[in-house]
Design a protein around this ligand. Sequence first.
Ligand code: AHR
Length: 313
Amino acid sequence: MVTALAACGGENGAGGSQPDDGKITLGFAQVGAESGWRTANTKSIQDSAKAAGIDLQFSDAQQKQENQIKAIRSYITQKVDVIAFSPVVESGWDTVLKEAKDAKIPVILTDRAIDSPDTTLYKTFIGSDFVLEGKKAGEWLVGEYQGKPEPVNIVELQGTTGSAPANDRKSGFADVIKADPKFKIVASQTGEFTRAKGKEVMDAFLKANKDIDVLYAHNDDMGLGAIEAIEGAGLKPGVDIKIITVDAVKDGMQALADGKINYIVECSPLLGPQLMELVEKVVAGESVPERVLTEETAFNQEQAKAALPNRQY
Ligand code: AHR
């Protein structure tokens, strides 16, 4: 059974203890529905729970940490077997995770990390290497401008402030481009991983900066919003302003195939099947690796054209 609990922030899914039907109950506290990536991630988790015969208690925190904390507390009250969540930001989880530990409910971090030094607060962390994603974006840029000595003015649309993907994609990219001083980040601001905010912030970037050569957006949705702003300003995305994004969801891949984006670093949202395997192992008392890394690639325009027909999300 799949239960959607907290579609709006106020509900937290608090209830009684779990039915004794022999099934594992997993409480999952999702970040929200901010992007195409997140929608695909939610579907993967819901479909995989169903396929594995796991009772899923699902909540949507609408990008608010307090809602995620409320949902985790409700799962503790319900005495679920396992709690998994994708932390909206890196900091501020110790108290609620200690409550889960005291209640002897194992926790699995999914997609995003937390910055607590106490790794006993969770059993494992499954997700991407966001620093590597930022590095891949930087490496493509360095290759693209090889042998061209002129300055390259970059604007950056960051993900949710304080989130692991925003912090790590920023630092991975900066680490690579700092080797050549011709690369200059002239503006960097959050677009909150959403299309609407990506457009709004890109509009402001275009007004404040005359010569933008490159946009680096921490996800496809912000890049797609920025494309609207660039076209609105009478410029050609992918040509007048080169665009690098992260995720590789269908809409992003279509824009890449259409020449409006130049390069996409893949971040797979299909974490559901591996998450369910980890849940089963944790409940069975089997050991699990501390870190489960997702395998990913990157796409240029030709590769996007080839991959699009079989893209699942
Ligand atoms: O944590 C993964 C990131 O969250 C995705 O790259 C982004 O699209 C989503 O909102």
